[in-house]
Design a protein around this ligand. Structure first.
Ligand code: NAP
Length: 273
């Protein structure tokens, strides 16, 4: 897919693999909507992209730990753009970010579920008109091989909490949403896929967990770029990739009832029901 004139939103592109992917897509001509919380780092990346003289960039600030902040981001993007060719849903917090303890979002939801999953669910749904206007267009959900089934009696993990379980639950939720949305969007020209970019890339999230990185943002970035612009995945939807290769996921994602429960809950929690 040629990137010239294409508009791409990448959440969490002020740092880590998102920042790398933003630079790469701008370098081949895309207009990149950089998102993060830190205005200084956002402005720095926008300047870098503009000075490189190929694609274009603009910064959007929003805290995705609040549904109001998430809605504001969608509204700002919709105010400035009539179409969105690629939405890379990448922002996230790790299993140990700011400590492994249970915390809640501005809306009272378990924080990893809220930031890693619910905000992306809401953004994707709010931005669908722009994605449909740009069809063929793509949604890429940056998930993980770390996957834990959702206990629908305790989605906010009030009991038996661990940062790892919460992270892995949020990542499986992204994958279940990917399959669910792909079915809904069949025939619309909008595809949606998810992936594990690479294992323990050298990013803030991994360094915060005290784990020695074993891969690079270039490796993980290549896997994200593959789903965002690769010709071989054009028209493919509802799939999960481990790096560059299609892979199976936790069995709960193949359970249509579980996906339906997650969809109903997510619509309710985000006020879209
Ligand atoms: N690193 C790995 O090995 C690995 C493996 C599998 C999957 N992943 C996934 O890859 C994605 C990117 O991770 P990374 O390793 O590049 O992490 P990172 O370097 O820590 O970057 C995370 C990005 O998300 C943003 N973010 C975090 N919380 C936010 C919030 N409440 N509101 C708005 N933005 C927020 C951060 O913004 P700030 O700069 O403001 O914090 C940053 O731009 C994540 O979804 C992660 O789960 C990573």
């Amino acid at each position: 897919m040629t990137m010239d004139g294409k508009t791409v939103l990448i959440t969490g592109s002020t740092d880590g693999v998102g920042r790398y992917v933003a630079g790469r897509l701008a370098a081949v001509g895309a207009r990149v909507l950089v998102h993060g919380r830190d205005r200084e780092r956002g402005a720095g990346l926008v300047d870098e992209i503009k000075q490189a003289g190929r694609g274009d960039a603009a910064f959007y600030s929003a805290d995705l730990s609040s549904l109001a902040g998430t809605r504001q981001l969608a509204q700002a993007v919709m105010a400035d753009h009539k179409r969105l060719d690629i939405f890379i849903n990448n922002a996230g917090i790790g299993s140990q970010t700011s400590g492994p303890q249970r915390r809640t979002s501005a809306d009272g939801h378990e924080l990893r579920f809220a930031v890693n999953y619910l905000s992306g669910f809401l953004l994707a749904r709010l931005l669908l008109p722009l994605l449909k206007a740009a069809a063929p267009s793509r949604i890429v959900n940056v998930a993980s091989l770390g996957q834990h089934p959702i206990d629908f009696d305790d989605v906010m993990i009030a009991k038996g909490y661990s940062g790892s379980r919460a992270y892995a639950q949020s990542k499986l939720a992204q994958i279940m949403f990917t399959i669910d949305l792909a079915r809904e969007l069949a025939g619309s020209g909008v595809t949606v896929n998810s992936l594990h970019p690479a294992t323990y890339m050298n990013t803030t999230m991994v360094r915060a967990s005290g784990i020695a990185p074993i891969s690079t943002v270039e490796q993980g970035g290549a896997a994200i770029l593959h789903l965002a612009e690769g010709d071989d995945v054009a028209g493919k939807s509802g799939l999960f990739f481990n790096g560059m290769n299609e892979a199976k996921v936790n069995p709960q994602a193949y359970d249509a009832d579980a996906r339906q429960r997650l969809r109903a809950l997510s619509l309710e929690l985000t006020g879209l029901a």
